[in-house]
Design a protein around this ligand. Structure first.
Ligand code: IMP
Length: 192
């Protein structure tokens, strides 16, 4: 099957290809689609709708994801990519997060990923995945992207950036959301 993915983030594309190895994954640029929804699902729908009209008869997918920190009332949330301002600056985002958590004992946080799918008949589907953990006192590791060096998933003492890609995919918010997306795809294909 062909799957058009509304992203220009090479890290996300790699993770999607690793988790959906049977699909021919093709990137399409949703630029121009302003992510103005108040939640991840709404933004994923905005992005997938921006490309779906170009690919009728094929599957389309968009993901929207971010980090929610309990002691910060769910921030950075939907603003994760631009927490420290635009354009996206990962070192500045991570530094701001550590600064905002200085002296804070409750470091609980979770990543959330919403995936919006448009199937070949034009029907929309939304699934989500979460990964719970905590924010470390300092960054560690060099794998992954974004807040990975600061996020230690529950049951681990290493950050996402210290895990191999396969280890991260097995437990990550995106891995879980993509597993749910795969069920949607397989369920629909089984019914046709
Ligand atoms: P999006 O591209 O609008 O979904 O923004 C996602 C932002 O959330 C990224 O720029 C990162 O800051 C953060 N993020 C989402 N998923 C991950 C992840 O797997 N690791 C680290 N940061 C992530």
């Amino acid at each position: 099957m062909r799957l058009f993915v509304a992203t220009h983030n090479p890290h996300k594309l790699r993770e999607i290809r690793e988790i959906l190895p049977g699909a021919e994954v093709i990137a399409d640029d949703p630029s121009g689609a302003a992510e103005t929804a108040p939640d991840f699902s709404g933004n994923a729908l905005i992005k997938v709708r921006a490309i779906a009209g170009r690919h009728r008869g094929d599957w389309c997918l968009a993901d929207d994801s971010g980090l929610e920190v309990r002691a910060l009332g769910g921030e950075p949330g939907v603003r994760s990519a631009r927490y420290a301002g635009e354009p996206t600056n990962t070192p500045a985002n991570n530094a701001l997060l550590l600064r905002n958590l200085e002296g804070v004992a409750d470091r609980r946080a979770n990543f959330t990923c919403a995936i919006a799918l448009v199937d070949p008949a034009g029907e929309e589907h939304v699934v989500t995945g979460r990964c719970f953990g905590r924010i470390a006192e300092a960054p560690s590791g060099s794998e992954g992207f974004g807040y990975d060096p600061l996020f230690v998933p529950d049951g681990h003492d290493r950050s996402f950036a210290e895990l191999s890609p396969a280890e991260k995919n097995a437990i990550s918010h995106r891995g879980r959301a993509l597993a749910a997306a795969r069920e949607v795809v397989e369920g629909l294909q089984a019914g046709t």
